[in-house]
Design a protein around this ligand. Structure first.
Ligand code: SF4
Ligand code: FES
Length: 358
């Protein structure tokens, strides 16, 4: 059977970032001293991606605007025929630079916000004044005519404001808002005690988002990333391992998902050594959990195995100590009791954050 190509490329241009969010999905130990892919290398990767069938590239980080050649990379992506989405904190981008990016062919901007309350937002980001600068940047994006998506990662400190975050996205002129409940890998796993909300808060947040969706129907698209720690079944992470997405790290490793380096023992190939087509088809990491043949019971004989693909490999690795296990989020997993025990021991109050290194 022919292997379908990926449809999306997550291009992590750099791990450098002015913010220090305690839920960052970047690795806990950043690759010190390793050289980032340069403009020529990214240009080649973007063209290889387009040839492989990729339709959209998400330029991410860290903060992608920390790259001085971001305009050249955007131009290369547009030249390869890719829809180009910039995922940014908005910090460090001037209006003139946004104009240059638009002229280079940028199609879309996704801006993160941390909360509706500026003081809370700045504390979460670990950056005084971030909130005000983000709102100014959102105004430039809307004035430029580029479509704007607002993304907010949800956790204990802001979960009571989900409805207001949707209201704010509408006020900022966004066409789409993502209410993304925290996924617990990378820095979020290290900060789980400070981030994980309780069941009652999650239920209230889901109701608040539904009310906001109804309030703003026809004006904004509201998407959610489910709070799966409180769900019965896991999310279909990445749309299936090695099925839809390629993630390239700043130093050229090709990953089946942004957190895959947290799984011990996987062998990743780099775009410096191999073409993207060879990586997609033959690299050990992409083939480790592709399809359904690797699945253990109960997934192997479960009616949901083609719906959620056994859940998230990184979550299985971090919670069960085995990336090939059924995701412990699933109520049918033999490791589900581990998750229930962790939910029961959630601390009162708000423990201090362990901030991401800059
Ligand atoms: Fe999904 Fe596996 Fe749970 Fe079935 S047993 S719902 S396939 S995680
Ligand atoms: Fe890696 Fe889900 S985040 S498979």
């Amino acid at each position: 059977m022919t292997l379908p190509g990926p449809i999306g490329l997550l291009a992590e241009l750099t791990y450098r970032c002015p913010l220090a969010c305690p839920y960052c999905s970047n690795p806990l130990a950043l690759a010190a001293g390793a050289a980032e892919l340069d403009t020529v290398e990214w240009t080649r990767v973007l063209h290889e991606a387009a040839e492989l069938g990729v339709l959209q590239v998400h330029l991410s980080g860290g903060e992608p605007a920390a790259r001085r050649d971001l305009e050249q990379i955007v131009r290369a992506a547009a030249g390869a025929g890719l829809y180009t989405n910039l995922i940014t904190s908005g910090i460090g981008l001037t209006e003139a630079r946004l104009t240059a990016l638009t002229e280079a062919g940028l199609d879309h901007v996704q801006l993160s916000i941390q909360d509706t309350d500026a003081d809370v937002a700045d504390r979460i980001a670990g950056y005084c004044g971030a909130s005000e600068r983000k709102r100014r940047f959102a105004g430039w994006v809307v004035a430029s005519g580029l479509p704007l998506t607002i993304n907010a990662v949800i956790h204990r400190a802001n979960i009571a404001h989900c409805g207001e975050i949707v209201d704010e996205a509408v006020a900022l002129g966004a066409r789409r808002v993502e209410i993304a409940h925290t996924q617990y890998y990378g820095w979020a796993a290290a900060n789980r005690a400070a981030l994980l909300p309780d069941r009652a808060a999650v239920d209230r947040a889901l109701a608040d988002v539904e009310a906001a969706r109804a309030r703003h129907r026809g004006r904004i698209v509201v998407d959610t990333v489910a709070p799966d720690w409180h769900a019965r079944f896991p999310k279909p992470c990445m749309g299936g391992w090695g099925a839809r997405i390629v993630n390239i790290t700043p130093h050229g490793k090709a990953l089946p998902c942004h957190a895959a380096e947290s799984i011990p023992g996987l062998e990743f190939w780099t775009v410096r050594e191999y073409s993207l087509a060879d990586i997609w088809a033959y690299s050990p990491a992409f083939n480790a959990f592709r399809g359904t043949g690797w699945m253990p019971e109960p997934c192997q004989s479960c009616e949901r195995r083609d719906i959620d693909f056994g859940g998230c490999r990184c979550q299985a690795s971090v919670l069960a100590g085995d990336a090939a296990a059924t995701d412990p989020i699933c109520e049918r997993s033999p490791h589900h009791s581990l998750l229930l025990a962790m939910l029961e021991t959630a601390p009162d109050g708000l423990p201090a954050y362990l901030y991401r290194e800059r």
